[in-house]
Design a protein around this ligand. Structure first.
Ligand SMILES: NC(=O)CC[C@H](N)C(=O)O
Length: 734
C-alpha cells in the first residue's frame, strides 16, 4: 500500500479548523495599527520633521540628515513600545520574493554595555551583500556591494514572527554599487513619477489648472490554490516546482461550476479571516474573498491604492499568506497553473489614473467636458497598448504563466483590448466625426454638441460586459490587465504600463500643440488627435473569443504578435524601440534592460530544468517502479488462472493491462533518457536565448509526453499502490 499517500489523506481529512482570535474592536480601530502611519508620525515627530517627511512622501523630496535622525528615533521608540526587537530594510530583489536581513536595535558600547540604537543613517541606507541576488551580469562577484535605500512613500511596518518576536520592516529600493536597479521597486517609482508628470501636464494644459499630481492606482486581485500540508508534502512536484507535473483529471473537476462563489469551506474561511486580520493591521485594504472557479481555488482582493503601495502590499500579502497558511496546516499555491485541465491563477491588475483633486481619469461622466477628458485618457491608453503590446506581453512572460495563458478563463498570448459594446460605439462615432476643419463653429455654438461628445452615456459599472478571454479589458472606470500571472511581482507589468502610457501622453501633447499653434480651438484639436489614434489603434481592439482559432488567424492578418513562449516574448525587451523608450525616460538604461532580460531568461531556463528533473525522478522512482510491481502481481495472477485451467478468454483483458503497463513504462523509460539528453544538449549551449529556446521547445515537449503515459498508468494501476495523492484528493479542501 502507498503508505505515505494514505497517511497524508487521513491526516488531511481529520484536521480540525484552527480557531482564529477575532479582535473585539472594530476594523477601523486596528486598521494600520502595525504601520508607522500618518497618525503615528504626527504624534511622535516635531512639526518640522513631520512636514519634511510628508513632503518626501507626497513629492519625493529628499530628507535631510537631521530629519532622518528624528524619524529614526521616533520609529525606534514606536517599534520598541510594540515589542519589536529587530529592524530590516525590506526589499524586492529580482528573485520574485521579498528579502529581509534583520538587525537588532541594540548595540554594545565601548564599555560592553548594551544600548538601544537606530540612527537616521541606518534608516536611510543599508549595505547588504548583493552577490547572491540575481543581477543579470551587472556586477562581478568581487564587487558585491549593493545598497538598499528607504522609500518613505511606503510606510514602515511591523511584521510579527511566528516565534512571538517582531521586526520593523522598512520598505526600500535595492541598487547596485554602480547605481543600477536590482529590484522591482526602483523602476516602478521612476515610472510613477513619469506618468505623474505626463498626465499632470495634459490635465493642466487642457482640462484643469488645479491638478498638481496624477497617480497611477492599482487594485490587485490575487488568485491562489490551497492544499493541505500533508498532501502537499506527499507531492514532491508541488514542493519543488510549485505545480503538479502528473495527475489525471478527476471525474468531477470544475465542470458543474459549483465552486465559484460557493460557500467557503470552514478551514479555508478560518485561514482567510486570519491572514486578512494581519493584513488589515498592516494597512492593506483587503475587502473581498471568495471561492474561485476551480476546486480548491480562491481569491482575495483589496481596494485599489497608489501603484507603489499596492505592489508593496501585494508582495507582503503573499508573504503573509504563506506564513498564516502554515499555522492552518495548509500551503498556498501561487503558481499560475498548479493543476492541468482546470483554471489557473491570475493576478488581475486593475489600473487607473487618479488626480490629487479626486478625479478618476478613466471614469466616464455625464458632463461633456469631463467626457472629453475621459476620452483623452481612454484613447491614449489604447494607443499606448497598441504601440507597445509586445512589451506588455514581455512583462508577464514567465515559465509558470506560459502554462496558464490560452485556456480556462486566462487570456491568450495575443495582446488585445476589450472595451465592450458601449465604448465600441463611442469610438466608432468618434472616428466617423467629420474632419475638424469641416466643423464650422458659430458664435455661441456648443462645441461638444457639435462634436457629438455630449452623447457619451454615463456607463454604469454593472452594464459593462465581461470578456474573460481578453488580456486587457476596460471594466467601466479602469483597465484590467488580466494576463499578469498569480506569482508575479506586479511592479514589473505596472512599470511597463505606466511608462508606455506616459510616453503616449507626452506625444499626445506635442501633437495637440501643433494644432493649437495653428490657432485651432483646443477641443477640436484634441478630438482630431484622438480620432487619428482610434484609426491607428483599431487592430488592437477585439471583442470576440480570444481562444478561437479564427482569432489567432485574424490577429495574424491584423499584424498582431502571437508570442507563444516566454523566451520569444522576453526577447522584445532587447528591441531597439524598447531600449530607446526606457532610456529616453530614464526608467531603465541599456545595461539594466539587458540585465532584466538575462535574469528573466535564466529564471525561465531554471524553472523548466527543475520541472524536467522532477518529472524524470518521479516518473522512474515512483511511477515506473510502482507500475512494474503491480504488473508482477497481474502476471502472477494470470499464471495462476492458467494453472487452474481457467478459460483464457477470461484473463485475456488482464493480459491487455499487463501489455499496456509494459508499453507505457517502456515509453517512459525511453522518454526520460531522451529528455536528459535534450537537457544536456541545451546546457552545453552558451547563448542564453538559444538555450531558453531549446528548453521551451525540446525539453518542455518531453514533459507533456511523459505526463501522458503517467496519467494513463494512473488509470490502470491499483489505487492502493499509487504513490502520489491524486487530483481528486489534492483538490478536496475542507
Ligand atoms: N473568474 C475569473 O476571472 C477567472 C480568471 C482565471 N483564473 C485566470 O487565470 O485569470
Amino acid at each position: 500500500m502507498a503508505i505515505a499517500r494514505f497517511k497524508a489523506l487521513e491526516l488531511a481529512q481529520s484536521r480540525p479548523t484552527v480557531p482564529v482570535k477575532i479582535p473585539t474592536e472594530k476594523v477601523t480601530d486596528y486598521y494600520g495599527s502595525n504601520t508607522f502611519n500618518d497618525e503615528v508620525m504626527r504624534s511622535l515627530l516635531s512639526p518640522e520633521a513631520y512636514l519634511k517627511i510628508t513632503n518626501a512622501i507626497e513629492d519625493g523630496k529628499k530628507i535631510d540628515r537631521e530629519a532622518a535622525d528624528e524619524v529614526a528615533a521616533a520609529m525606534k521608540s514606536w517599534a520598541l513600545s510594540k515589542g519589536v526587537t529587530h529592524y530590516t530594510h525590506w526589499f524586492q530583489p529580482l528573485t520574485g520574493t521579498t528579502a529581509e536581513k534583520h538587525d537588532a536595535f541594540f548595540d554594545i558600547t565601548g564599555k560592553g554595555k548594551a544600548v538601544e540604537k537606530f540612527k537616521g543613517s541606518a534608516l536611510v541606507q543599508q549595505e547588504p551583500d548583493a552577490s547572491s541576488f540575481p543581477n543579470g551580469g551587472i556586477r562581478s562577484t568581487f564587487e558585491a556591494r549593493g545598497y538598499t535605500a528607504w522609500d518613505p512613500s511606503s510606510p514602515a511596518f511591523i511584521m510579527e514572527n511566528v516565534a512571538g518576536t517582531a521586526t520593523l520592516c522598512i520598505p526600500s529600493v535595492f541598487v547596485s554599487y554602480t547605481g543600477e536597479a536590482l529590484d522591482y521597486k526602483t523602476p516602478l517609482l521612476k515610472s510613477s513619477e513619469l506618468i505623474d508628470k505626463a498626465a499632470t501636464k495634459v490635465m493642466n494644459e487642457y482640462f484643469s489648472r488645479e491638478v498638481s499630481k496624477v497617480s497611477a492606482s492599482v487594485g490587485i486581485e490575487q488568485e491562489y490554490f490551497l492544499v493541505d500540508e500533508a498532501l502537499y508534502n506527499a507531492r514532491p512536484d508541488l514542493m519543488m516546482s510549485g505545480r503538479t507535473v502528473f495527475g489525471h483529471s478527476p471525474a468531477k473537476g470544475q465542470q458543474l461550476e459549483d465552486h465559484y462563489f460557493g460557500s467557503i469551506p470552514s478551514r479555508v474561511n478560518a485561514f482567510m479571516v486570519d491572514f486578512e486580520l494581519e493584513a488589515l493591521k498592516l494597512g492593506m485594504p483587503v475587502r473581498t474573498r471568495h471561492n474561485e472557479v476551480a476546486p480548491a481555488q480562491f481569491e482575495v482582493a483589496p481596494t485599489f491604492e497608489e501603484a507603489n503601495l499596492a505592489c508593496d502590499h501585494n508582495a507582503l500579502l503573499m508573504d503573509l499568506m504563506n506564513k498564516v497558511a502554515a499555522k492552518h496546516k495548509m500551503r498556498v499555491l501561487f503558481h499560475e497553473k498548479p493543476f492541468s485541465g482546470i483554471n489557473g491563477s491570475g493576478k488581475h491588475n486593475n489600473w487607473s489614473l487618479a488626480t490629487d483633486t479626486g478625479v478618476n481619469l478613466l471614469g466616464p461622466s455625464t458632463k461633456p467636458k469631463e467626457n472629453l477628458r475621459f476620452l483623452t485618457f481612454f484613447v491614449n491608453t489604447i494607443k499606448a497598448v497598441h504601440d507597445y503590446a509586445d512589451l506588455l506581453r514581455a512583462s508577464i512572460a514567465t515559465a509558470g504563466n506560459e502554462h496558464r495563458l490560452g485556456a480556462n478563463e486566462a487570456p491568450p498570448a495575443i495582446v488585445s483590448i476589450f472595451i465592450g459594446t458601449e465604448m465600441t460605439r463611442v469610438l466608432n462615432d468618434l472616428e466617423n466625426l467629420s474632419e475638424m476643419h469641416d466643423i464650422k463653429l458659430e458664435k455661441g455654438d456648443n462645441v461638444y454638441l457639435r462634436l457629438g461628445i455630449n452623447k457619451i452615456p454615463a456607463l454604469l459599472l454593472d452594464n459593462t460586459d465581461r470578456n474573460r478571454t481578453s488580456p486587457f479589458a476596460f471594466t467601466g472606470n479602469k483597465f484590467e490587465f488580466r494576463a499578469v500571472g498569480s506569482s508575479a511581482n506586479s511592479a514589473a507589468p505596472m512599470t511597463i504600463l505606466n511608462t508606455i502610457v506616459a510616453n503616449q501622453l507626452l506625444q499626445f501633447r506635442e501633437e495637440v500643440d501643433v494644432y493649437l499653434e495653428k490657432g485651432i480651438k483646443k477641443e477640436l484639436a484634441i478630438v482630431e488627435v484622438l480620432k487619428k489614434y482610434v484609426k491607428q489603434s483599431r487592430k488592437i481592439l477585439f471583442e470576440g473569443n480570444g481562444y478561437s482559432e479564427e482569432w489567432a488567424a485574424e490577429a495574424a492578418e491584423r499584424g498582431l504578435s502571437n508570442l507563444k513562449t516566454a523566451p520569444e516574448a522576453l526577447r522584445k525587451y532587447l528591441d531597439k524601440s524598447a531600449i530607446d523608450l526606457f532610456s529616453k525616460h530614464g526608467i531603465f538604461n541599456e545595461i539594466e534592460m539587458h540585465a532584466r532580460y538575462e535574469i528573466e531568461i535564466e529564471n525561465y531556463i531554471k524553472k523548466i530544468q527543475i520541472e524536467s528533473r522532477v518529472v524524470g525522478d518521479l516518473a522512474i522512482n515512483h511511477i515506473v517502479s510502482t507500475s512494474l510491481k503491480y504488473q508482477t502481481q497481474l502476471v502472477d495472477n494470470v499464471r495462476g488462472q492458467k494453472e487452474i485451467g481457467i478459460d483464457p478468454q477470461y484473463y485475456a483483458p488482464t493480459i491487455e493491462i499487463i501489455k499496456k503497463i509494459s508499453i507505457y513504462t517502456a515509453k517512459i523509460n525511453n522518454l526520460v533518457d531522451e529528455m536528459t539528453e535534450a537537457r544536456k544538449e541545451a546546457n552545453n549551449v552558451e547563448d542564453t536565448a538559444e538555450r531558453a529556446r531549446l528548453y521551451s521547445t525540446k525539453v518542455k515537449n518531453y514533459l507533456e509526453e511523459i505526463r501522458y503515459c503517467v496519467d494513463k498508468l494512473e488509470l490502470i494501476v491499483d489505487d492502493d499502490e499509487w504513490p502520489l495523492p491524486k487530483y481528486r484528493e489534492l483538490l478536496l479542501i475542507r
